[in-house]
Design a protein around this ligand. Sequence first.
Ligand code: IMP
Length: 426
Amino acid sequence: MSITVLLGAQWGDEGKGRITDALAADADVVARFNGGDNAGHSITIGTQVVKLHLIPSGIFRPEILNVVGNGVVFNPRNFLKEMAEVVAVGVTISPDNLKISEGAHVILPGHVALDVARESTSKGIGTTKRGIGFAYMDKAKREGIRAGMMHDPERFGDAVHAHTEDVNATLKRVGQPVLDADALAAEYVQAAEQLKPFLANTFAVMHRALAQNKRVLAEGAQAVLLDIDHGTYPYVTSSNATIGGVMTGLGVPPQAITRVVGVAKAFSTRVGAGPFVTELFEDMALRLRGTGANPWDEYGSTTGRPRRVGWLDSVALRYAVQLNGITELALTKLDILSGLPELKIATAYEVNAEQSNNFPQDSEVLARCQPVYETLPGWAEDVSGVRSYADLPKQAQAYVERIEALTGARVSLVSVGPEREQLIAR
Ligand code: IMP
């Protein structure tokens, strides 16, 4: 039994996609356990770029079985659209290489409309407007619609109709345009017909794979600091993006997990609102964010929003390591730091005239924390062509090793560019 878990160790967008892509080379099963189509990463296939939001990243390797677990919130409309895009670049998707959990809760246009409506008010937190929180709300209220209902398309259509009418009552009350319940019901009957063959008891699928000693990669979406329980609440997503989400979102036991890889960027970024202790502004922010001209510049892959950027925060990263039992870190985008005369790492927070390296549970306290920085020398060399750790400038090695010392986790992978070969294993 072996499950490798891949988690975003900061606020998302750490470059999980490319690390998943590398780890998938050694996997038989790739399974998503949390979140929905709020996640996003781009994969280059030949000259075409495909954005995956919901389909697990193993889909580009024909021998891999891809699983959408019960902890995911599943948007049938967007899934079908994404499937068509992936098929258009020559990838085969069938019930043989993709299974959707009957237990996953469904995201409907009503959930999206409610998310959009709330984001237009002062209660908005900068969501991706994908209806994520509203679908998980229905799940927690025990009023959700699960994917398994698509086995009976007519019944599913009726449920979509009823849900839409319910939502319309709310939309009317807040002065938002209503949805066409009849048209949606008809659309979702069709969607269910198409998706029915992919539905599976993914608990059984996962346990069969484990019994056969298959290598499973549990692919996290979002990240530790966006976790509903352990993140910077309320500026979080609505699922468990941390280690517990693997067990609940796939129905697998903790003993099966043998490796936990945390993906961290060599600096920090965040999209959406919420406290960000090491945030930078003006020139240094522009320098780290990039102009948007390059695909790797810091603009959201799902929403296109410019990301907030900052120095590496070892207080938050150490918290991520402790919380998830991260056995190794993959450090991405080290190349972006080339040419900076000096680099800062936050090693503690100061609040109420006291310093601590504990990550506060209360976001209001976090918002008042000031970073205590350690300054390290930068390096001038372009590292994007470096392929072995020993060939990195000494200052870059010192930066990596300082992160290890501060967080307590080994850095086993370092990326120095977006291409597959620009990944240095240590
Ligand atoms: P939601 O998940 O759409 O409800 O958004 C809640 C918060 O999580 C917002 O701050 C989003 O920007 C953030 N978020 C959700 N998914 C991602 C992601 O894949 N990368 C980065 N941030 C995300």
